[in-house]
Ligand binder design. Structure first.
Ligand code: SAM
Ligand code: SF4
Length: 447
C-alpha cells in the first residue's frame, strides 16, 4: 500500500472532505497515515476564510519543500497536492509561488483525484472547475472497516456552497452556488455509517438550514423533512446540524427541535454583529430584532436549547457604539459557546474595498473584550450543569488511565473514571465539577 498524509485546515466540512479524499484514493492503493515522513502523497486540505489561514498553507509548503529535498537525496519520492478553498481561490498562483506543488484541485473535484494524480506524475495539474457532475455520486463507498476506525460520531455533508453573499465572506466564490444532495443519497450514506457503528451524525453545510434536496417524489424538501427521515434510522441516536443562517430557520425546523428528542438541544446560529447598521453593510439580510425574536421562537419550541454563535469584530465602519451593540446582544442571549474573529479582508469580496476599515489595534482590543465576555458565559453555562444528570455518548479513552471521554447533548466533553466497556454507549452521568473545557462526573447506575 502507498501512504497518504492529509493535513486538514478550517471547518468541519474540510474534515469530512479529507475523509472522502482517503476513500477516493483507496482503490488506487493508498491508505491514510498519520506519519508525514512515510507518506508517498501529502495533501493539504486548505481554508481561505481568513487571511492567516492561507498564509499558514504557504509556510507549510516551505517546510514540505525541505522535506521533499531530503527524501529525494535518499532516493525517495513524495507528491504534494493542495486541496480545498485556497486551491480554488488561488489556482495557478500556488504552483507559481510554490513550485514544489504537483497538484492543485478545488473542493468540487476530489472525486477525480485518482485521475488527476495520475496526470500529475508527468505535468503540473491545476483543476478548479465546478464540474456539472455530482461528485457525491462518483465517490466510492468507504470500506466498513474504515468507517468503524473513524469512530462513533460522524459528519455528513448534505448541502454545499452559498447564495447569501455576505459582504465579508469568500464561501460563495470558493464553494460555489448552493447545492443540496437528494434525500435518498443522504439516507443511504447515513445507513452505511450506522451499520458501521456510528451513533451520532452531524449534518454539514455552509448554510445547512437552506437545505432543499429532492425527496422520493422529486419534490424539494427542507432540512426538517430530512431530519425526520434520518430519525427513523434504527441504531442512530443523535442528530446535529451546522452551520445555520438566521434567515433560513423556518417554522418546520423550529418545530422539529421541539418534537425530535434525538435532535440535540444545541444550535450554532451565527449572528456576526449586534448592530443593525453593520448587519446591513454585511448584507446579512436580518436585523438584531429579527434574530432575538427567532431565538424566542426556538426557545419556546425547545426550552433547554443552548446556543452557539459566530462574531466578527471590526467590520468596516464599526464604531464603538456598534461594537457595544454586539456586547449587549451577547449579554442578552447568553451563549453556551461561541467563535469570534477579527474582520479579515478577503480580496474579491465587497468588504475588502469598503473605506472606513477599522485599525488592527482597535479590532484586537474589541476582540479581547468580546472574548472575555463569551468565555465567562461559557464557564457559567458549564458550571450550571453541576448537580445535574446528562446523557453522555462515550467515544474513547481519556488522557489519564482509567478515564473515558464522551460528549453531552450540548457538545461539552465529559470525563469520567469508568471501565472502557462503556465506550459506544450513552449513559446518564451526574456532573460534579467542571474544568476549563471539560465537565467531570460519575455514571449513574440505573436499577
Ligand atoms: N454560513 C455561516 C453563517 O452565515 O453564519 C458561516 C460560515 S463561515 C465559513 C464561518 C465563520 O467565519 C462566519 O460565521 C464568520 O464569523 C467567519 N468569517 C467569515 N468570513 C470572515 C472574514 N472575512 N473575517 C473574519 N471572519 C470571517
Ligand atoms: Fe459566508 Fe455564511 Fe454569509 Fe454564506 S451565509 S456568505 S457562508 S457567512
Amino acid at each position: 500500500m502507498k501512504k497518504l498524509f492529509i493535513k486538514t485546515y478550517g471547518c468541519q466540512m474540510n474534515v469530512y472532505d479529507s475523509d472522502r479524499m482517503v476513500d477516493a484514493l483507496a482503490p488506487s492503493g493508498y491508505e491514510a497515515t498519520s506519519d508525514i515522513d512515510e507518506a508517498d502523497l501529502v495533501l493539504l486540505n486548505t481554508c481561505h476564510i481568513r487571511e492567516k489561514a492561507a498564509e499558514k498553507v504557504y509556510s507549510e509548503l516551505g517546510r514540505l519543500r525541505i522535506m521533499r529535498e531530503k527524501k529525494e537525496k535518499l532516493g525517495g519520492k513524495v507528491m504534494i497536492g493542495i486541496a480545498g478553498c485556497v486551491a480554488q481561490a488561488e489556482g495557478e498562483e500556488i504552483v507559481r509561488r510554490a513550485p514544489v506543488v504537483d497538484l492543485v484541485f478545488g473542493p468540487q473535484s476530489y472525486h477525480r483525484l485518482p485521475e488527476l494524480l495520475e496526470q500529475a506524475h508527468t505535468k503540473k495539474v491545476v483543476e478548479t472547475d465546478f464540474p456539472a457532475e455530482d461528485k457525491f455520486e462518483h465517490l466510492p463507498k468507504p470500506k466498513r472497516e474504515t468507517t468503524i476506525a473513524r469512530g462513533l460520531t460522524s459528519f455528513l455533508t448534505v448541502q454545499e456552497g452559498c447564495d447569501k453573499f455576505c459582504s465579508f465572506c469568500v464561501v460563495p466564490y470558493t464553494r460555489g452556488a448552493e447545492v443540496s444532495r437528494p434525500i435518498a443519497q443522504i439516507i443511504a450514506e447515513a445507513e452505511n455509517l450506522v451499520d458501521a457503528g456510528v451513533r451520532e451524525i452531524t449534518l454539514l453545510g455552509q448554510n445547512v438550514n437552506a437545505y432543499h434536496g429532492l425527496d422520493a417524489n422529486g419534490d424539494s424538501a427542507g432540512l426538517a423533512h430530512l431530519l425526520y427521515k434520518l430519525a427513523d434510522i434504527k441504531g442512530l441516536d443523535r442528530l446535529r446540524y451546522t452551520t445555520s443562517h438566521p434567515r433560513d430557520m423556518d417554522d418546520a425546523l423550529i418545530k422539529a427541535h421541539g418534537e425530535l428528542d434525538m435532535l440535540m438541544p444545541y444550535l450554532h446560529l451565527p449572528v456576526q454583529s449586534g448592530s443593525d447598521k453593520i448587519l446591513k453593510s454585511m448584507n446579512r439580510q436580518h436585523t438584531v430584532e429579527h434574530y432575538m425574536a427567532l431565538l424566542d421562537r426556538i426557545r419556546s419550541s425547545r426550552p433547554d436549547i443552548a446556543l452557539s454563535g459566530d462574531f466578527i469584530v471590526g467590520f468596516p465602519g464599526e464604531t464603538e457604539a456598534d461594537f457595544e451593540g454586539t456586547m449587549q446582544l451577547v449579554r442578552d442571549v447568553e451563549y453556551a459557546q461561541a467563535y469570534s474573529f477579527k474582520y479579515s479582508t478577503r480580496p474579491g469580496t465587497p468588504g475588502a474595498t469598503m473605506d472606513n476599515q477599522v485599525p488592527e489595534e482597535v479590532k484586537s482590543e474589541r476582540l479581547q473584550r468580546l472574548q472575555t465576555l463569551l468565555n465567562h458565559q461559557q464557564t457559567e453555562f458549564n458550571k450550571s450543569r453541576i448537580g445535574t444528570t446528562m446523557k453522555v455518548l462515550f467515544e474513547k479513552t481519556g488522557r489519564d488511565p482509567g478515564q473515558i471521554v464522551g460528549r453531552s447533548p450540548y457538545l461539552q466533553p465529559v470525563q469520567v473514571d469508568a471501565d472502557p466497556s462503556h465506550i459506544g454507549t450513552i449513559r446518564d452521568v451526574f456532573i460534579d465539577s467542571v474544568g476549563k473545557f471539560s465537565l467531570f462526573g460519575k455514571i449513574v447506575i440505573n436499577n
